[in-house]
Ligand binder design. Structure first.
Ligand code: SAH
Length: 224
């Protein structure tokens, strides 16, 4: 998979991909992530990428031309499955969208800033809009890192234990059961005995029951 993330603040996206699981996925060649600085695609001498909104109102708007030039440049090098704009009013991101996107080959994530982007970009140049929730961030960078992380960890080979993404919350319509590690007793707080029993059928049964119990309590909507 190849991910191209377009941003006017490339520095904001350095660290999410330079540690732990995502770093390893890139090092193993399972995914390549390209952070593209929008500014060089500006056409004026001040390298501006935003301007005042027509009709007035507070906040700057990202201009269509640098974005169009950047997208054309990227599309001349690869065929992209989706051009996704990160937007607070987009489709709410979920595990099922992550699953779907993890099967794609090439994706563009476009990060907005300021007041957002010229509406014509949304109308003519992108294929999909994703929101990470009903709240407003100052830019699309953190949102695109969230989306990228959740997609990349699903690519086969990225997680060490191949089954571990499948046993995460939401994959089977349930949230995950509780997990424990050593010590078996801490300040008198004990780990459920069944987990120490070594009896795998009982352990599986316990995990399933706990997952169902938790889902009922915390995310009853998943059971409908
Ligand atoms: N004026 C816009 C908000 C702009 S926020 C409005 O009221 O809808 C600036 C940028 O941050 C957006 O262009 C978008 O790319 C990003 N952003 C903000 N909140 C987001 C969210 N919940 N999910 C995804 N991207 C978001």
């Amino acid at each position: 998979m190849h991910l191209s993330i377009i941003t006017c603040l490339p520095k904001l996206l350095e660290s999410p991909f330079s540690d732990s699981i995502l770093k390893r996925a890139i090092a193993k060649g399972l995914v390549s992530v390209e952070i593209i600085d929008l500014r060089p695609y500006s056409t004026d001498k001040h390298k501006s990428i935003d301007d005042y909104a027509f009709g007035g109102g507070a906040g700057m708007v990202m201009m269509i031309e640098p974005i169009d030039r950047c997208l054309s440049d990227l599309k001349s090098k690869r065929e992209y499955d989706e051009v996704i704009y990160m937007s607070p009013d987009g489709e709410i991101f979920s595990q099922s969208i992550a699953n779907e996107l993890s099967l794609k080959r090439n994706l563009i994530l476009l990060c907005g800033h300021y007041k957002g982007i010229d509406e014509r970009v949304r109308e003519y140049l992108i294929t999909r809009e994703i929101s990470i929730g009903d709240y407003v961030l100052s830019g699309g960078e953190l949102a695109s890192a969230v989306v990228a992380d959740s997609i990349i960890r699903l690519i086969p080979g990225v997680l060490n234990d191949e089954t571990s993404a499948l046993s995460d919350s939401f994959q089977d319509g349930l949230v995950a059961p509780p997990v424990y590690t050593r010590p078996a007793e801490y300040k008198g707080w004990i780990v459920p005995e069944v987990l120490l029993s070594g009896h795998s059928a009982n352990i599986e049964k316990w995990k399933q029951e706990k997952a169902e119990e938790r889902t009922q309590k915390r995310r009853p909507n998943l059971l409908k």
